[in-house]
Design a protein around this ligand. Structure first.
Ligand SMILES: CC(C)(COP(=O)(O)OP(=O)(O)OC[C@H]1O[C@@H](n2cnc3c(N)ncnc32)[C@H](O)[C@@H]1OP(=O)(O)O)[C@@H](O)C(=O)NCCC(=O)NCCS
Length: 162
């Protein structure tokens, strides 16, 4: 897994040395509010978010101006609504770095990479119905509504196709 470059952000594989950073992010209410609803224990962060789930799930740290600002992950053929050449992405921007365009830059960069370099034919996201900024955000990134979904509560399935 190589580094992927966007307009103002760089997406690089997350590793063991990112554990402190990710443990800090996942104990921030502004993050876990939209990621499971409660702070994550350090052992859980180590198990799930520093790259140990490769190749099933690819975990990436997004940097802007050399500073980490975001976590983004993708998983191919993960859900029952994915064919083998499709998959989903999930992300959060650190609260201090929101509303500066980093989220859109990183999401757009990763979607282009998955569709053109990795040969995916469809990328999905599943924002919660009660998360209007995420619903708006994904539509601004070019995702289109497919249907309602239950994903740890009422959610929408949105997608971009090649
Ligand atoms: C949803 C989320 C990913 C958006 O990330 P972001 O980096 O803030 O996204 P952007 O900066 O690209 O755009 C967000 C807003 O900032 C605005 N914005 C972008 N650049 C801006 C700038 N330079 N100045 C002012 N506003 C700006 C955008 O127009 C957009 O406005 P809107 O919400 O009124 O439509 C982020 O809020 C987040 O991490 N939320 C919590 C986790 C989450 O919900 N994840 C998605 C789960 S499916």
């Amino acid at each position: 897994m190589e580094t992927i470059r966007g307009a103002n952000v760089t997406l690089r594989p997350a590793g063991e040395s990112d554990l402190d950073l990710l443990a800090r992010w996942f104990s921030d209410p502004g993050v876990y509010e939209w990621w499971g609803g409660s702070p994550l224990r350090r052992e859980v962060v180590a198990e799930k978010y520093v790259g140990r789930r490769r190749p099933a799930v690819e975990s990436l740290i997004v940097e802007a101006h050399g500073q980490p600002v975001e976590y983004i992950q993708y998983h191919q053929g993960f859900a029952d609504y994915h064919r083998a050449d499709e998959g989903g992405i999930d992300m959060f921007v650190a609260p201090h770095a929101r509303r500066r365009g980093f989220g859109r830059d990183a999401a757009g960069t990763l979607v282009r990479h998955l569709l053109s370099e990795r040969g995916w034919s469809r990328v999905t996201v599943d924002p919660a119905k009660n998360n209007p900024s995420a619903l708006r955000f994904w539509r601004e990134c070019g995702f289109q509504y497919e249907r309602d979904l239950d994903s740890e509560g009422p959610a929408e399935l949105l997608s971009v196709v090649r």
